[in-house]
Design a protein around this ligand. Structure first.
Ligand SMILES: [Fe+2]
Length: 208
């Protein structure tokens, strides 16, 4: 299968002022595109060519570094675009309850997530995941790494590679992480939790 760069789900100006059009243009049009192009190049003529993106990520980890890195970066960026929406989407009472029970309060959850974003050394991604027990957790993963390789379900992600924020925030990654909350698409996060198929009964009950 030849992979294609999916279009952004909104205009490049839509996330301003949190993320500028200049950043989105280069992040999506150059960085994300380069991962897709390299992935196509590296899988050409291999067994990976016949596989879905998710299966490539699972199969290539620890075996084919170039394929893994570009497959995961291709998936991660598409997921990241969908985690955001112009002006943000309101969090439902159900999801609010799930996050509050998991982290103590929404403020605590955001504080913990922001701390992970600030402390992750080098390039990477900060994820909200559902772990193998069904509980929610925050993971800071380096480089291209994706929680699905640890059998965890990705629910939300923030790209903390410098290319995600440097034009707008220079070296101030914590400021970027703080502003991210203004544009989170909570409807998307909730939908991912609902379709994870691993939801704890009590979590699902609170979402309905
Ligand atoms: Fe990125």
């Amino acid at each position: 299968m030849k992979f294609e760069l999916p279009p952004l789900p909104y205009a490049t100006t839509a996330l301003e002022p949190v993320i500028s059009s200049a950043t989105l243009e280069v992040h999506h049009g150059k960085h994300h595109k380069a991962y897709v192009d390299k992935l196509n190049k590296f899988i050409a003529g291999t067994d990976y060519e016949k596989m879905e993106l998710r299966d490539i990520i699972l199969a290539s980890k620890g075996k084919d570094k170039k394929v893994y890195n570009n497959a995961a970066q291709t998936w991660n960026h598409t997921f990241f675009w969908n985690c955001m929406v112009p002006s943000g989407k309101k969090m439902s009472n159900g999801l609010n309850g799930v996050l509050t029970r998991s982290f103590g309060s929404i403020e605590e959850f955001q504080k913990k997530f922001n701390a992970e974003a600030a402390d992750l050394f080098g390039s990477g991604w900060v994820w909200l995941v559902q772990d193998q027990s069904g509980a929610l957790a925050i993971r800071g993963l380096k480089n291209a790494n994706n929680p699905m390789n640890d059998n965890e379900v990705p629910l939300m992600v923030l790209d903390v590679w410098e290319h995600a924020y440097y034009l707008d925030y220079k070296n101030e990654r914590p400021k970027f992480a703080e502003n991210f909350w203004k544009i989170v698409n909570w409807e998307f996060v909730e939908a991912e939790l609902n379709r994870s198929g691993k939801s704890q009964p009590e979590l699902v009950a609170n979402l309905n």
